[in-house]
Design a protein around this ligand. Structure first.
Ligand code: ATP
Ligand code: MG
Length: 558
């Protein structure tokens, strides 16, 4: 994956710089609303905004868009800051839209004084009824003709708390017949008695997103205000407000496509619903597409940044296949994860020609991608475990794993041949009796015979059992949001998204530290849960399998 791709926003900025706009400055911002935890879509926005600032030697602010106190909380503010930093970025300045509440209020009075805003007594329902529809012009509010004096008086009394919630709004006076519904006298302020996580009860009127956003951009000196495509239709209002207010500077809005990913939903509202309903175990459940969930699952910031860079930035919306994200972490963990052997679904193998109690210590490579990771000793004993799935009683022709009479190699050890299959009363295989060939050490086969299968294994006497959580897609379908009207999107949840089990692992893994990455050879990448692990009691979370196990389940359209 390349480092930093060129994309259309670069062209836009280059054009501005060529015209000498903004004295050559580039200043972006990442503007989350603190009403939930960030998800991977936000990671894209963070990488784009901070990435552009870095590229142009500019600045990037973190701004909390905290204009809707009923949904916002300090917990979200804290988690957002932690997530941005974890991704590897540091903001130049930290602002809250609420830092500008007084200035925004003054801007409201300014619009009134210039005949560009009025206080309206229509209810929310009436306002939307009067607004008309895309193909139908709106109808003017009967309060539209109030005098400047009356409007100023009412707006001041709104602020002073003289009116009940929802009984009045401040609206921009633009054009009820505009083809763009956003210009049909949009609401700028509403009355809402809600405790704000920063300003407490100082305000009972709050600016709407559209009124706050562009003005905050201007006040912070933002040059390029990057947002997602759904704001394209808000742009004329963004520009109208900037033009009609005495703002210190004129920022420019640029829209890009939202990130969409298969097998998940990316909307804070829906993710909150999953958390509140207990469908997942909190915002940082490793199945969640939140940055905190992805982090807890063992993804690295390097992998997430590589993913964001790889998918690029475009105006056209597209859905990225989940496997692209998984390949990003595979690439990264392939380089950094220590190899070990672990058996998830064990079957006992007795190697007849090894004496009971005998231990042979063999060398195993810790990371073939990183020679400095060195080697470790693993124990070969009379009884070992292999994966149940690595044995077939009736083996098809091209089956290179273990079967009666067949020979396979135990990774880092010798070749074994299956001599006898022992079963319990129900006919279930409980033990394989094998012999090993002492001439087959160090990957050699003395007579040049071919042994294709190499199996992972652990010594039965020198292993420990550890808890393991196997995660899979949270949703069973590619596009969980695509449900017919009236159908709950949650019906698409994958009932097998979490399997709690245990594994037999090399004894040294008992001491695996929280937050370390492992490759269980042939099985997958695992992460020692930073939350539920204790010293000498690691809990292993599967970050990802080694290959895309879903690919073969899907009918591909190409
Ligand atoms: P959600 O719908 O998930 O709540 P949002 O757009 O309401 O998302 P904000 O907190 O307002 O969330 O978003 C902060 C910034 O992140 C905005 O600039 C927004 O455009 C951007 N953003 C949000 N979701 C995505 C996404 N899926 N892809 C790219 N950028 C996104
Ligand atoms: Mg939003």
């Amino acid at each position: 994956m390349s480092v930093e791709q060129h994309h259309f926003i670069h062209d836009e900025i280059a054009r501005d710089l060529a015209h000498g706009a903004n004295e050559g400055r580039v200043h972006t911002r990442f503007p989350p609303e603190p009403n939930g935890y960030l998800h991977i879509g936000h990671a894209k926005s963070i990488c784009v905004n901070f990435g552009l600032a870095k590229h142009y030697n500019g600045k990037c602010n973190l701004r909390f868009d905290d204009t809707n106190p009923s949904k916002e909380e300090q917990e979200y503010v804290d988690s957002i800051q932690a997530d941005v930093r974890w991704l590897g970025f540091e903001w130049d300045a930290l602002y809250y839209a609420s830092d500008f509440f007084e200035q925004l209020y003054q801007y409201g009075e300014h619009l009134i004084q210039h005949g560009n805003a009025y206080v309206c007594d229509l209810s929310v329902d009436q306002i939307s009824e009067y607004r008309g529809w895309l193909d139908r012009p709106g109808k003017e509010s009967p309060y539209r003709t109030r005098s400047v004096e009356e409007n100023l008086d009412l707006f001041r009394r709104m602020r002073a708390g003289e009116f009940a919630d929802g009984t009045k709004t401040l609206r921009a006076k633009i054009d009820m017949a505009s083809p763009n519904p956003n210009l049909r006298d949009p609401v700028l302020y509403r009355i809402m008695r809600a405790h704000h996580h920063r300003t407490g009860d100082a305000w009972c009127i709050y600016p709407m997103y559209d009124f706050a956003h562009g003005q905050c951009d201007a006040l912070e000196g933002i040059t390029h205000s990057i947002c997602t495509l759904e704001f394209e239709i808000h742009k004329p209002l963004y520009n109208w407000l900037i033009q009609n207010l005495p703002v210190p500077h004129h920022p420019r809005q640029i829209e890009m496509a939202r990130l969409q990913l298969t097998y998940t939903v990316l909307s804070k509202r829906k993710l909150l619903e999953l958390v509140k309903s207990g469908t997942v175990d909190g915002w940082d459940d490793p199945r969640m597409p939140t940055i905190s969930g992805i982090r807890r699952r063992g993804y690295t910031p390097e992998a997430l940044r590589a993913f964001c860079d790889h998918i690029g930035v475009a105006r056209a919306t597209s859905t990225i296949e989940r496997v692209v994200l998984e390949n990003a972490i595979r690439d990264d963990l392939n380089k950094r994860a220590t190899r070990t052997m672990a058996v998830l679904d064990p079957i006992k193998v007795t190697i007849e020609n090894i004496a009971a109690g005998h231990v042979e210590w063999l060398d195993a490579v810790n990371n073939p991608e990183d020679p400095s990771a060195g080697t470790r000793k693993i124990a070969l004993t009379r009884t070992v475990y292999i994966e149940r799935d690595d044995f077939r009683e009736e083996a098809p022709k091209k089956y290179f794993r273990l079967a009666p009479g067949k020979e396979v190699r135990l990774r880092y050890a010798y070749c074994i041949t299956c001599k006898e299959v022992k079963k319990d009363a129900e006919g279930r295989v409980v033990e394989l009796v094998c012999t090993y060939d002492p001439q087959t050490g160090h990957g050699q086969t003395p007579d040049g015979r071919k042994v294709k299968g190499i199996l992972h294994w652990v010594s039965a006497e020198q292993c420990v059992d550890v808890p393991v959580r196997l995660y899979d897609h949270l949703f069973a379908v590619e596009h969980p949001d695509d449900v017919p009207e009236g159908v709950d999107w949650k019906t698409n949840l994958n009932p097998q998204s979490l399997v709690v089990t245990s594994a037999k692992v090399e004894a040294s893994l008992q001491a695996a530290a929280a937050g370390t990455h492992w490759q269980f050879e042939r099985v997958g990448y695992f992460y020692v849960d930073p939350k539920d692990s204790r010293p000498q009691a690691p809990v292993f979370l599967r970050t990802t399998t080694l290959k895309d196990t879903w690919a073969k389940l899907e009918k591909r359209e190409d």
